[in-house]
Each structure stands twice: as C-alpha cells, then as structure tokens.
Design a protein around this ligand. Structure first.
Ligand SMILES: [Zn+2]
Length: 311
C-alpha cells in the first residue's frame, strides 16, 4: 500500500514541476527527499508522510465524494419545504461519510450560544432540531456553502415561522426557523458565513431563538453531532452518519450502541380512552418504566396522538 502512496507522490511532484515549467528531473544535482514512512491522523482519509530529511507532508487519500451533479437537480424544489418527502429512506446506506468542510468547502457557525432545547421528544412531539436563544435582529449565517432551496413565511411553514432551507455541496440540508426576516431568495448561491436572515420568534415559538435542523435526504439528525454551538467549532471535518442517527431518540453524546438501542425503541401513539396503566399492561411493562423513559409524571394527562416510548 505504501508503494502506491510513494508512486502517487512522485507522480504529483512531477506534475507540479511540469506545471511550473520545471523539468521533472532537474539537470543539476538537487537533493531529492525520499519518503520514509507514513502516519495515521484522526481523519481516516488523511495520512502524514515522513521524509528522510525530517520534513513531512499531508497525504490526501481521496475524501468521500458525493454526486454533486445531481445534488442540485434531483429532488430539488423551491416551492415545497421538504424536498425529499418522497425519497425512499431505504436507499440511504447504513453508514455514510460526508466531508463537511475542507480547503474548498467552507464552514461557519450559523449562530453561537448554548443549546437551549435539543433534538428529542418534547412534550410528546418530536423536536427535530436544536434551539439556540438569540436577540431579535441578530444575524443568522449559512453554515456551509450551497444554494438556497426554500424560503417560506409563517403562513406557508406553520410552526417554523419564517424559514430558510439551504442545500449544501456536502450533501446536507440545513433549516433556519423562526426568523424575523429572511434575506435571501430561492436559488441564491451562498457561501458559509453569508447572512441569510435575522433571528426572531415567528411561528410556533415562545421567545426569540433559532431553530436549526440538519437533514440528509430529508432525514433529520441531531445538529449537535455536527456543530459545538458553544464554541462554534465543527465536531469533525468528516461526519460519519449512521442510519440510527435519524431516530428522534438518537442524539450526540450517546455511544453508537446506545444510539442503536434508542432507535429500536417502540413508540406508541395515544388513542382516545388510553391510560398509562392500560398502555403499560398492553406492552408488558410498568407505569413507572414508561414515566422514566418519557420523563413524565404518572399523573400526567395524556393527549390523543401523543407519542410515548413504551420500550
Ligand atoms: Zn426548535
């Protein structure tokens, strides 16, 4: 395998020389540094190559690529909030690597602040993003390079309020909700850090905050897996997405085993006349176990349609 790296390196050096109009093999005697060894880095697509003159260089093993040719063409709509509504989730591989940012693809934190409310089931309904508090009028910027896919008003989006959706060249879509004002148009190309709107409290919101979602082929996953909102740093330049991340019960901080187990949970939708003890009996569990799983009191009044984890 090492031989391949060295051959590749030699080829690249030769090409670089040719591009600069230099002979690949210089006439005069120039010391040639020889590759001695390679080292792993945190990034599985990058290695460090060590030379005999004690210098080193990064060696790019070819980063994960996505089909950008079809990305802004297939399942593209500027009139519907969710473009991948009919995309079969079964086509998503169990595991996929996405290159979030590199020298060509930029990143910028959309906003900084503590995650006030995370990716989880909240009051019996799915909260498919993170909420970051802000002051109305604060600027909101695009997280990655891409193209604005959808801009909607509260009337069109309901709970999201004024919403911007951007599709990124890394394959993700990001949603920016509850904006007081949107400052971009569908089909606008954007760079990470471009202002796309102002923060607010439109839609289903109890105070000014940004509702931020990350989606892959329409499937939501915890944005905390991508961004450390306190510092604004990317968690990693490569995101390895597992299918079980798309469960509302899977979140950042879990081990993969915990995430997998959480995604296998059975969720019950409350019907008219249901009681906690009735549901517990039906699923062979106890009221206290259900209460613990859902973080609710046993005296809670159940709402029809409310989702409860039963196992
Ligand atoms: Zn939210």
């Amino acid at each position: 395998m090492k031989k391949i790296y060295f051959a590749l390196l030699f080829l690249l050096t030769s090409l670089a020389c040719m591009a600069q109009g230099l002979p690949a093999v210089p006439d005069s005697v120039v010391p040639i540094r020889l590759p001695m060894d390679t080292l792993d880095t945190q990034d599985k697509y990058t290695r460090i190559i060590l030379f005999d003159d004690h210098t080193w260089n990064y060696l790019d093993l070819g980063h994960p690529k996505i089909d950008t040719a079809s990305l802004f063409d297939q399942y593209w709509t500027t009139t519907e909030m969710h473009a991948y509504r009919n995309y079969p989730a079964s086509q998503i591989p169990d595991e996929i690597d996405l290159l979030l940012a590199d020298s060509l693809n930029n990143y910028c934190a959309p906003i900084l602040g503590p995650v006030y409310s995370g990716y989880k089931v909240r009051h019996g309904s799915q909260h498919t993003g993170v909420d970051i508090p802000l002051s109305t009028g604060d600027t909101i910027v695009a997280a990655f390079d891409g193209v604005v896919r959808y801009v909607g008003t509260t009337k069109q989006t309901g709970g999201y309020g004024n919403l911007v959706v951007i599709r990124h060249s890394n394959g993700l879509e990001t949603y920016y909700g509850h904006l007081s004002k949107t400052l971009c148009e569908p089909n606008d190309p954007v760079k990470a850090g471009d202002v796309i709107g102002l923060g607010g409290s439109t839609g289903r919101s109890t105070g000014p905050h940004l509702h931020f979602e990350t989606r892959y082929k329409g499937q939501t996953f915890d944005p905390d897996r991508v961004i450390d909102f306190q510092t604004g740093a990317l968690r990693d330049s490569i995101l390895t997405l597992h299918k079980h991340y798309f469960s509302i019960y899977s979140h950042y901080g879990q081990t993969d085993t915990e995430s997998k187990a959480a995604s296998d949970r059975i969720v019950y939708s409350v019907r008219s006349g249901d009681t906690l003890s009735g549901i517990a009996k039906k699923y062979g569990t106890t009221v206290s176990a259900i209460c613990k799983l859902n973080n609710i009191s046993s005296k809670k009044t159940l709402r029809i349609g409310e989702k409860l984890i039963v196992r």
